[in-house]
Design a protein around this ligand. Sequence first.
Ligand SMILES: C[S@@+](CC[C@H](N)C(=O)[O-])C[C@H]1O[C@@H](n2cnc3c(N)ncnc32)[C@H](O)[C@@H]1O
Length: 389
Amino acid sequence: MEKVECERLNDQGQGIGYINNKIIFVPELLPGDKALVQITKEKKNFMEGKIIEYLSLSKDRVKPICPYLNCGCALKSLNYQKQIEYKENKVKNILKKFSGLENVVIDIITSKKTNYYRNKITLKVKDKVGYFKNKTNDFLAIEGCALADTRINEIIKVLNTLDLNNTKEITIKAFDDVMIIIDGVLDISALKEYVSSIYMNDKLVYGNKYITTTINNLTFQISKDSFFQVNTSMIETLYNEAIKLVTNKGKALDLFCGTGTISLILSKHFKKVIGVEINKEAVECALENKKLNNINNVEFICGDANEVCKDLTADVVFVDPPRAGLSKEGIQNILKVNPEKIVYISCDPVTLARDLNVLKEKYIVEKVIPVDLFPNTYHVESVSLLIHR
Ligand SMILES: C[S@@+](CC[C@H](N)C(=O)[O-])C[C@H]1O[C@@H](n2cnc3c(N)ncnc32)[C@H](O)[C@@H]1O
């Protein structure tokens, strides 16, 4: 066992310390903490370790609501001010390292809620419900999750009283109403009073096909498998930050459009909007959402946004890809569209930096706004504005 003092956090929120000048990464170790650490992995250039005993604690620590260790919320014991400083610096450092961009990151936008903000969680099952511990297959049974909406927490308590032997995984989504999606078989009678929709093995077994939510006075239907932003308290803020970056009233493309949220909000600012999304179910929702809100100037295309965009024209392109970012062809195709402005919404600063490094040849990266959609975790969203050179 070795004594380790934490100097800073790495990009996954693990503490960084040194043993005989060799770097060691330790989960749950915060800057200023000192601990006795057991080395769990040793490679040529780095080590990994786990805490055996804290020797002294950082002054930046707080007592988290969540009692579990290694559940995935790497920053939950760090005070919120320090969390957001960490995230803002993380975006700055990654952009500098992978795209050479400096002085583009502006002040981070903080989250309205820092606990109970998630509208969706997926639970593993082993007698009780739980998560896999961070980056492992070790099961952690839970009685609640301090990130999840309080209605999800009520349902977790009920689930833990049921016979879960034939259930593999359970996803719960809580918007205006609540949906449970069960992989496996489960007696659902005790769950009905808490939800408006239950799916079992992909079949609707109770209630409504969709659940709904309202954003910027527009109604959105959300289906079982379609994506939706997870921090309910920040969805409007995120979209409004993105939309206020553009003033052009012509034609907009919304690539990776999900259930059509950005497209439909954009509809009142642009003459024409085209949304592109690969998930058929999400496109069906988007078409339904267009009808629900009586919007006529938006079209949706089901397909690979990286490909489809090459045949489209636009004054402004919004992109909101998954963590993997844009494909190489996707970037080239967006460059062919040649819009005046690109607004890039990203949930991974590393793939954002990689993509900006190519886009910056034709576009000035005017600003990058980090937005904290994921308090208590090391994740950070950002909205970037690119202007044609
Ligand atoms: C981060 S989500 C953004 C969704 C939407 N903009 C929103 O805010 O709700 C990324 C979306 O991209 C979709 N997607 C993933 N790969 C895609 C591709 N190659 N082409 C089009 N859509 C894709 C996913 O299904 C998901 O809906």
